[in-house]
Design a protein around this ligand. Structure first.
Ligand code: OGA
Ligand code: ZN
Ligand code: ZN
Length: 392
């Protein structure tokens, strides 16, 4: 019987709990089929199994990286024997006689049947005003800093909802760095490691004025837009300056249903985004809606004030402007907008490649407004979640 504490023995640091056991093997010409105790079936191709052999000559025990290369065996590789031995799938290969042993938890986790692949597919929790007003994920700063279980809950919510509010955060400048480093490296940019959002006489971006900021993502001017954006409120006695957040995935979903031609144009026609300063000149060209191979929207890239002149074929110019106007009009619809006034100690964190943010204009006659911001890439968030999941 499998001992779950032995779950680390397969290549890599993953944990593979054994929730089901394989009962029998049916072998075919190119693949075998494992039948599990809950009736599920997993087809594994011989090539795939040979490629994933976890033995010490196929995977380095030091780096946990693969040494074996598939071109060193025949594409029609076959087992001379495949059996279940102590619930492990054990294979002896024809030809070189190599043998491979596969942990059942690992096999179940990596099953690539249609059903298993669908179950593994990440699904965002998409929101509009009504939904987020009820379920805005809120966490306490001290709890999160002290307790890895709270950290993990916060990060999973951030991944799935794309937004969260950390409350009662210490308002000493620089605290944000410690919070961000609870996740991982900060993404440094030409605006600094931490940046101060307040009205500055020598403002090099609209954020550093008292002006209204329309809904946008930060740094669409970069090949990789920062994943998480942090806005930590240190002081907010100004009148105005309320924050507005919109789930870009929700707008995209609505556009796809109601304005399919506009949706197609925004996902196909590139836009140019510019940010010019005395010593930097960043530009990126890409569509506002980024789709994956299945047509799912995986990213929104959007800031009206950071655009360069449109550069598309002449017969697409009006097409583009129609789609772009539709998108902006939708972001302005109150039913999609979550409005919130930050109070000192609030730390708003959101997925900058999904959630658009804005602020109303503010007036400093009543008092100061000072936020600190920074970015952490999505990769860092996901990596931190996986590492926490190994032990929690
Ligand atoms: C920014 C920004 C919002 C605010 O700095 O990118 O959008 O509330 N700031 O000042
Ligand atoms: Zn091997
Ligand atoms: Zn911004």
């Amino acid at each position: 019987m499998i001992d779950n504490s032995a779950a680390f023995e397969t290549a890599g640091y993953g944990r593979y709990p054994v929730s089901h056991l394989p009962l029998r093997i049916e072998t075919g010409p190119e693949s075998l089929r494992l039948v599990w105790d809950d009736g599920r079936e997993s087809e594994f191709h011989y090539l795939w199994l040979r490629d994933n052999c976890p033995c010490a000559s196929c995977v380095s025990t030091l780096t946990r990286e693969q040494l074996f290369e598939i071109c060193d065996v025949s594409l029609s590789i076959q087992p001379s024997e495949a059996r279940l031995d102590d619930d492990y799938l054990t294979i002896q290969w024809l030809g070189d006689g190599h043998s491979s042993r596969f942990h059942p938890g690992w096999l179940r986790t990596h099953c690539y049947s249609e059903q298993a692949r669908a179950e593994r597919q990440w699904q965002p929790e998409i929101w509009d005003k009504a939904a987020i007003e009820v379920c805005l994920p809120k966490y306490d700063y001290a709890d999160m800093m002290q307790d890895d279980a709270v950290l993990l809950r916060w990060l999973r919510k951030l991944r799935d909802c794309g937004i969260s509010l950390l409350q009662n955060t210490d308002t000493r400048p620089g605290t944000l760095q410690q919070v961000a480093e609870r996740i991982s490296f900060i993404r440094e940019t030409n605006f600094g490691t931490l940046f101060d959002v307040r009205s500055k006489p020598d403002a090099n971006t609209a954020a550093y004025t008292t002006l209204r900021l329309p809904l946008h993502t930060d740094l669409p001017t970069r090949e990789l837009q920062p994943g998480l954006q942090f806005l930590h409120c240190l002081e907010n006695d100004a009148s105005g300056g309320e924050s507005i957040l919109v789930d870009g995935f929700r707008i995209a979903e609505h556009m796809r249903e109601e304005y399919p031609d506009d949706f197609a144009a925004l996902s196909r026609l590139p836009m140019d985004f510019y940010n010019k300063d005395r010593n930097s000149d960043y530009r990126f060209r890409g569509p506002a809606l980024v789709l994956d191979g299945q047509g799912t929207v995986i990213e929104v890239r959007f800031a009206n004030f950071l655009r360069g002149p449109l550069d598309v074929p002449a017969d697409q110019v009006v097409r583009h402007y129609r789609a772009y106007s539709t998108f902006i009009r939708l972001t302005r619809e109150p039913r999609f907008q979550f409005e919130y006034r930050l109070v000192p100690g609030d730390l708003l964190v959101f997925d900058n490649r999904r959630v658009l943010h804005a602020r109303r204009a503010f007036d400093l006659q009543q008092g100061q407004r000072h936020l600190q911001g920074c970015y952490v890439d999505r990769d860092e968030l996901l990596s931190r979640i996986r590492v926490l999941e190994r032990s929690l």
